[in-house]
Design a protein around this ligand. Structure first.
Ligand code: ARG
Length: 588
């Protein structure tokens, strides 16, 4: 169905035309003075220049035409030439009824769906997820869900880091600890064991240990680099060990991402792009895109209009080894071949921005992508602690995501148990949902590119611009609806009626903004716009709720109409939070 603003625009366009002016001048926007009007049109100001006439006169003529429309209750021309508009109650109610009946709550699915790949998550195998990975997972998941809701073919790819030095480090450390394992015996001909020689907790201890040693011991680091090189060049034992690392680690990552309600369509890894590298390198050489520079193979990517130095994109190091660049370019080749995306969106720390500028320019210049394939970088800022420095544990170490989450779960659990007597088991489940809303909303309500302060006290509060506040609002609605049903009423028959008061009309107007808000959040890749929309909506609902005695209303038709309005509010809020990546409990 059409969005409300489009319907209103059509009226204004027709009125401008009927008054003898160019219809395209009749553009309506949401009012920035809600105390005066609901919508406004400033077209008469632009018309004044074009038709050399006083804007207020033009506004007056258009207003006369608009008065005939069934959409507006009030239309006023105000100096110097604004047109202020208020909607007719019947029009608004009719729109909301249609919205409720529409399975997508007014949003039309894309007519020509795009294939959009989202590269997010970006965890590194064998390293525990830390808070740095939280943002990518949370933001990427929301972008993916929003695109999908609008009817696009979205493909989320975790793009695990599994091919770099961290692998060589682990192999080296395992070799030092258990040199007798068959993986290190080059004459071994048999089958390697099916069982991994370490558990996930051992693996998580092995990596930091190896990484620490390599920083102090040059020979150890040399050994790890050699192991990486051999792994990448097909050492059979190392490959078998690497498979164990992958299996153990991916099982753990799946569990952790699952707890965050983050679901990837593809569990691809850097190593999956390796088979594409030789042909890609050869192609770049043959076509004359790549050239040798101090022994390394590079592609120049600077442009005349650059205001800062953009270094060449390095394809192969002087020893012939491939790099992070090489893998990302080969991944583009792979993605084009397998999925032919219209768009690839990378949700990565903004400190990698220059790097992605190089990669994108190189991919374009060397025609790895077609001209109309969009490559977008959504760089996110750092998650800081209250001291304004990158978030750390109390001891100053890197905070593991698992610990962060379980800490917040516990805090939410305590709060819920303090609030009212609850069944401990149910309270645990509820606490998980509320904690997730606190974490995700706390992150997503900030513009992604900005650094933000991870303020647990603020994020877990049931008041203010927080996830728990939104959930609390949803739960409040659900509880009223349940009481209504417990009184022997059905929800199927209820219909939204005309607004009885001001706060009710405000709530209705907020509900109609749903479609445009989601559309805008999608187009601008800006999940924070969904947050600010539902915050406004939740506030409008709570104002209405505090002014209205819903369940004790004696006029049954009136009560049913309010319940219908609540139902739509719940549906819109729940749809929005599902796009943000969390869900509401039944009670809390
Ligand atoms: N694994 C990388 C890191 O931890 C992030 C990967 C981002 N995606 C990409 N295609 N490079 O920094």
């Amino acid at each position: 169905m059409k969005q409300i603003l489009d319907l209103i625009n059509e009226e204004a366009v027709a009125a401008f035309e009927a008054a003898g002016y160019d219809g395209s001048l009749g553009k309506v926007t949401l009012s920035n003075r809600p105390d005066l009007c609901e919508y406004q049109c400033n077209g008469a100001m632009a018309a004044a220049k074009k038709y050399k006439k006083a804007p207020i006169m033009i506004a007056g003529e258009v207003v006369e035409k608009l008065k005939e429309s069934s959409v507006f209750a009030e239309v006023n021309a105000v100096n110097p030439g604004f047109i202020n508009l208020k909607l007719r109650q019947e029009f608004l109610t009719d729109y909301l009824q249609k919205m409720q009946a529409d399975e997508n709550l007014s949003i039309e699915k894309a007519v020509t769906p795009k294939t959009i790949m989202i590269d997010y998550g970006g965890a590194n195998v064998a390293k525990p997820l830390h808070v740095g990975h939280l943002r990518s997972a949370v933001i990427g998941e929301s972008i993916k869900r929003t695109g999908r809701f609008l009817g696009h073919n979205t493909i989320g790819d975790v793009h695990l880091g599994d091919w770099g030095l961290q692998m060589g480090l682990i192999i080296t450390e395992v070799k030092h600890r258990q040199p007798k394992l068959p993986y290190f015996d080059s004459s071994f001909e048999g089958e390697y064991p099916a069982e991994a020689p370490f558990t996930i907790s051992e693996l998580e201890e092995i990596y930091p240990c190896a990484s620490g040693k390599s920083k102090e011991d040059a020979a150890y680091k040399e050994e790890a680099m050699q192991a990486t090189y051999e792994l990448q060049n097909g050492n059979k034992g190392y490959l078998a060990l690497w498979h164990h690392i992958l299996n153990v680690s991916i099982a753990d990552l799946k569990k952790n991402y699952g707890n965050l309600q983050v679901e990837f369509d593809l569990w691809k890894k850097e190593s999956d792009a390796q088979p594409y590298i030789p042909d890609m390198v050869q192609y770049m050489k043959e076509e004359g895109y790549a050239h040798m520079d101090q022994g390394a193979l590079v592609v120049d990517v600077k442009e005349e209009t650059d205001t800062k130095e953009i270094p060449p994109c390095m394809i192969l190091k002087s020893d012939g080894a491939s790099l992070y660049n090489t893998t990302d370019l080969a991944t583009i080749v792979e993605r084009m071949k397998l999925f032919h995306p219209d768009e690839i969106i990378y949700v990565v720390d903004k400190r990698q921005e220059l790097y992605f500028t190089q990669v994108f320019r190189c991919a374009r210049k060397t025609k790895l992508v077609e001209e109309d394939t969009k490559l977008k970088f959504l760089g996110f800022g750092t998650m800081n602690g209250k001291d304004g420095k990158p978030f750390k544990t109390r001891e100053g170490g890197v905070m593991r995501l698992e610990n962060l989450i379980s800490g917040i779960n516990d805090e939410m659990y305590t709060k819920i148990m303090e609030n009212h007597e609850a069944d401990p088991k149910e309270a645990r489940e509820t606490a998980k949902l509320v904690a997730l809303s606190a974490i995700k909303y706390g992150d997503l309500s900030n513009q992604a590119s900005k650094d933000y302060i991870f303020d647990i006290d603020k994020f877990t509060s049931f008041e203010g611009d927080t996830g728990p506040y939104i959930l609390y609002t949803i739960v409040r609605i659900k509880s009223i609806m349940k009481k209504f049903q417990d009184g022997g009423n059905s929800l199927d028959q209820v219909q939204i009626g005309l607004a009885a008061g001001d706060s009710e009309k405000r709530l209705m107007l907020e509900l109609t903004r749903f479609g445009a808000s989601i559309q805008q959040a999608y187009e601008e890749i800006a999940p924070h716009k969904i947050c600010s929309y539902i915050y406004d909506l939740a506030n409008a609902f709570n104002r209405f709720y505090h002014e209205t005695k819903i369940l004790s209303e004696e006029n049954e038709a009136q009560k049913a109409s309010w319940i219908a309005l609540l139902k739509l509010t719940r549906d819109v809020l729940e749809t929005c939070i599902s796009l943000l990546g969390f869900t509401a409990p039944e009670r809390m």
